[in-house]
Write a protein that binds this ligand. Structure first.
Ligand SMILES: NC(=O)c1ccc[n+]([C@@H]2O[C@H](COP(=O)([O-])OP(=O)(O)OC[C@H]3O[C@@H](n4cnc5c(N)ncnc54)[C@H](OP(=O)(O)O)[C@@H]3O)[C@@H](O)[C@H]2O)c1
Length: 277
């Protein structure tokens, strides 16, 4: 009999909660977890539109930042995967707190272990967004529940969205000297769920980046080509320590190239001709 894929099991799987299961990473985790045989529950502040809801998944409402609905969301859960986001303002301020509330509620409900998604080089960029990621990593590291934190590189979706937003105004911003190692969210989901299937232990820190290291400007060229965009690529200087980190490639982790899908492959998938159209 062929060996099951990494993280898969022939035994029946338990109930897995995806905190943030309606987001970009969350939707990929929900799909992959369902395919691997987990019973899946998703937590978010709003329910997905019916056309975006995955079959067989239980969608519940709660707010990890306030704790509302968490006890019910975690009832019967074996393991949870935290793919929440907190981009700015209050959501960013409460980002680490949301992780703590989830962990505390999980402990109270008999949940075995937790996996959280963070960002590569969370400790290197002296900006608020990264500080919030680092603060949340610490919460997971220090909590008595067995935990794994996965740092991952920028998603292909995010890179494309940055280019698209700029192109609408006629210019595509690229950070001067920046190289990226973008990753497909489906690859991220696989690594998260491999970790979720591990038996409970202490704390584990992992990293996952995409298969290629590319200059941001090269990625922008690829995006322009795929989209037929005529927008101009404009290099933006990055001052101070952040600029130095980028120039030194401090955001890159070649030995953690666990992603399998390149940016160009991801773009090509989006531009497949629709049969019959
Ligand atoms: N984007 C990237 O390139 C990238 C790269 C590396 C790491 N990451 C990390 O990946 C994680 C997920 O990013 P993403 O882009 O998938 O985020 P996203 O698309 O914004 O999704 C966030 C999810 O969390 C839910 N959520 C947010 N605040 C919540 C709260 N207080 N209580 C309950 N649910 C809440 C959202 O639903 P509602 O709004 O309905 O609540 C949504 O389901 C983030 O931690 C990010 O740092 C992202």
């Amino acid at each position: 009999m062929p060996a099951p894929p990494a993280g898969a099991s022939l035994a029946p799987m338990g109930l897995l909660l995806v905190a943030g299961g309606t987001g970009t990473a969350g939707r990929a985790v929900v799909r992959e977890a369902t395919a691997r045989g987990w019973d899946v529950r998703s937590l978010s502040r709003r329910l997905p539109a019916p056309e975006d809801a995955a079959g067989g998944v239980e969608y519940v409402i709660g707010d990890a930042a306030t704790g509302a609905g968490l006890a019910a969301a975690l009832e019967g859960v074996e393991v949870f995967v935290d793919v929440l986001e907190g981009l700015r303002g209050r959501a960013r301020r409460d980002y680490a707190l949301a992780g703590r509330r989830l962990l505390d509620a999980a402990r109270g409900s008999g949940t075995d272990r937790a996996v959280s998604l963070s960002i590569v080089a969370a400790d290197r960029f002296p900006i608020g967004f990264y500080r919030a990621k680092l603060a949340k990593e610490r919460v997971y590291e220090e909590h008595p529940l067995p935990t794994t934190v996965l740092r991952c590189a920028q998603f292909h979706d995010l890179v494309a969205e940055v280019f698209r937003a700029g192109a609408r105004l006629g210019v595509i911003p690229c950070l001067r000297g920046a190289r990226l190692q973008p990753i497909d969210v489906r690859d991220v989901a696989k690594v998260l769920l491999d970790a979720a299937a591990e038996p409970a232990g202490g704390h584990l820190a992992l990293t996952a980046c995409g298969p290629e290291i590319r200059a941001m400007a090269e990625l922008a060229e690829a995006w322009k080509h795929a989209e037929g965009s005529t927008a101009r690529i404009v290099e933006i200087p990055v001052p101070g320590r952040s600029g130095r980190v980028l120039a030194e490639g401090g955001n890159l982790v070649p030995e953690a190239a666990r992603g399998t899908i390149t940016f160009e492959q991801w773009l090509a998938e989006r531009h497949q001709p629709v049969p019959g159209a």
